[in-house]
Design a protein around this ligand. Structure first.
Ligand SMILES: C[C@H](O)CC(=O)C(=O)O
Ligand SMILES: [Mn+2]
Length: 339
């Protein structure tokens, strides 16, 4: 019998970076990684929220060099493997090599859902470095199923071991997740994964829908420590899967304890679905835009929801963070013109 039916990657130390303005310290990363390792979590992702080399004025400056965080996490894990995220164009193969040298064993190469072709070099390099390799198709709600399959097949052809459907905006509904995972299962030979965000309170339902259709790689963030309203909450997911008789190999009590004792202390305020995170899901906007939009709203004196709705209409994608300020300024101009 397999020890795990579903393999969980804990993303709080990467996706959660968005929620705390990229302020992780070595001490926080060491404490959380150690506890996750002790709870038998198989993969722990560590990096800037926007992946390797994401620390910048555009995406947000990290308090601590991410390589120091990755090295610290790797040094305290006995069984868990450290994963890193890389968005080609933000990170390069240089950072990937550096991360592999200090202990990262899994590379997750992320592209917009229609741009998989930019991942070929990075997937090939990750394989050459001996890393387990994941293709991560972000903003999956923005492409029809046929397009998603075509793009996933590209990642498979470059050598990815797994392809993820990434609901970056938390905008997908369960039947849409099902259709996407089913199509990938029917057309690909590699593992299929799912990464959800809870902006519409659907992260758990979507994750279960994905598992029902055959996804075996699932992301979670403990205490919902992720962008927007956070991801599928890991300790809740472990409980639900246990009730369903689906094995994760993770110790539930230890997971609950570390959520309460460590993750909750890292969050500047408890994760909940606020009006802004709800609008992310409703309008189909990248979850990592949340704090940027709130900052621009304050700066320009406009409603953050208006900014997010407009970004959704314009189908803005990751990498276009500068548009947030443009949109805020345009709203001010429009409001002044009608006065
Ligand atoms: C760079 C993004 O934050 C990656 C991710 O977690 C998502 O698209 O969701
Ligand atoms: Mn995410």
């Amino acid at each position: 019998m397999a020890e795990q039916d579903v393999i969980i990657t804990e993303v709080a130390l990467r996706d959660g970076s968005h929620a705390i303005g990229h302020q992780f310290t070595v001490d926080q990363v060491v404490q959380l990684s150690k506890a996750l390792d002790d709870a038998n979590v198989p993969y722990i992702e560590v990096a800037h929220g926007d992946g390797l080399a994401g620390s910048s004025l555009q995406y947000g400056l990290s308090k601590t060099d991410e390589m120091a965080l990755i090295e610290a996490a790797a040094s305290v894990c006995n069984n868990a493997k450290i994963a890193v995220l890389l968005l080609p164009g933000i990170g390069t193969v240089q950072e990937l090599k550096q991360a592999a040298n200090i202990g990262a064993e899994m590379a997750r190469v992320a592209t917009h859902v229609t741009e998989a072709d930019v991942s070929s070099q990075h997937i090939a390099m990750a394989k050459d470095l001996g890393m387990e390799t994941v293709g991560f198709l972000m903003m999956a709600h923005m492409a029809p199923v046929k397009k998603l399959v075509e793009q996933a097949k590209l990642m498979e052809s470059y050598g990815a071991d797994t392809v993820y459907v990434v609901d970056s905006a938390g905008a997908l509904l369960p039947h849409e997740v099902k259709a996407r995972i089913r199509a990938l299962r029917e057309n690909l030979q590699i593992n299929i994964g799912f990464h959800g965000h809870n902006n519409l309170s659907l992260a758990m339902a979507n994750t279960l829908a994905a598992i029902e259709e055959g996804a075996t790689r699932i992301d979670g963030s403990v205490r919902c420590l992720g962008a927007g309203a956070g991801n599928t909450q890991t300790e809740v997911l472990v409980s639900v899967l246990d009730r369903l008789g689906i094995k994760t190999g993770i110790d539930l009590y230890k997971m609950m304890d570390l959520s309460e004792d460590i993750a909750a202390q890292i969050l500047q305020k408890p994760q909940e679905i606020t009006k802004d995170s709800l609008v992310l899901g409703y309008a189909g906007v990248y979850s990592s835009f949340l704090l940027h939009a709130q900052k621009a709203a304050k700066q320009f004196g406009v409603d953050s929801r208006d900014i997010l709705i407009e970004l959704g209409k314009r189908r803005v994608v990751g990498g276009q963070e500068d548009m947030i300020v443009d949109v805020a300024a345009e709203i001010v101009k429009k409001n002044t013109a009608v006065m």
